[in-house]
Design a protein around this ligand. Sequence first.
Ligand code: SF4
Length: 370
Amino acid sequence: MFAWKDVDFSPQKVDTRKLEKLANKIVSVSKRPWTIMEVCAGQTRTMLEHKLDQIIPDNINLVHGPGCAICATPLSKIDKAIEIAQQDDVVFCCSGELLRLKGSRVDLLEIKAGGADVRVVPSPLDCLALARKEPDKKFVFFTIGFETKAELNALSVWQARRLGLKNFFLLPSIPLVVSVCNKVLKSGQSPVQGVLCPGEVCAVTGYSNYERVARKYDVPIVVSGYEPVDLMEGLLACVKMLESGRTDIKNIFRRDVTRDGNKQAKALINDVFEMVDSDWRGIGIVENGAYSLKEEYAAYDAERAFPLTVESRPDAEFCIANQILLGFKKPTDCPAFGKSCRPSDPQGSTMVSNQGTCFTYYKFLHDQEH
Ligand code: SF4
């Protein structure tokens, strides 16, 4: 059982009295062992950074879901991005966080140092503006993110078509959280009994599609935020539903999320993108797992404009990311964790990004011990 004296809160960041109250409520309502998954990497980070896992009762087992879009992006797509960036007349644009994303051999920063025109551009609309200014060059915008990023990317392509641009292309990796939740829960013998799903994503999509997931797999789902208090309130709501045998969805992130989400954004996204089965790194094929540009926007699809074949190396055979992402194991169960697999030398999907579960464990557990 936890001891409050061992917990090092940062008083300027969190309402410790409220957290203590919530922890005590969870203790009083939870009678049986439960396994609860927080889906989003941002939520995992908050859990570990604020040691929430240490202030909840031992009978609540927290497992960490597949909610890191960079980790979900297959290595073959990163290799393709690097290959496209090396083509003549290509100006390759992306956010700064993608520059150090390792492909099978090199990363974008290395090829930039070697002369490729790789630019840090914050949004696809900025890339579109550059494409209008330099019509002799081909501008490719590489983007990785969940449903939250889909609207802006859809708008850029919609706008490119409206302007009749011929030199703007999108290379999107937009995995879909609701689809991977389906995959996690339907995998045989899933240990996950309750789910905290990400409020930020639901702010766009709404949560009506999660109602179907909750019913189908008989699992309570709570739409939660990212602050420590949000997560503790989410856990409390989830434990209450589990203890009372209710399979339902509860939205505790009401400041941002409605049942139907952002209708305008969804209309634009559905105009430009369609859902396709996709390869989710570490997990495998996910049905309707990602957005892809629709046929009528094919002229703006970088993968079709640059039909290149790349050879990618597989993740290490000993990597257990698959079992971590499905809730069966934790990074500390992996013999390579912190030894042959570290952020500086990642061997699997969950260590490649600073949002990945193994990376987060390394930062908040391994760093403390050394
Ligand atoms: S520590 Fe590395 S090798 Fe082990 S599961 Fe995580 S990513 Fe895979």
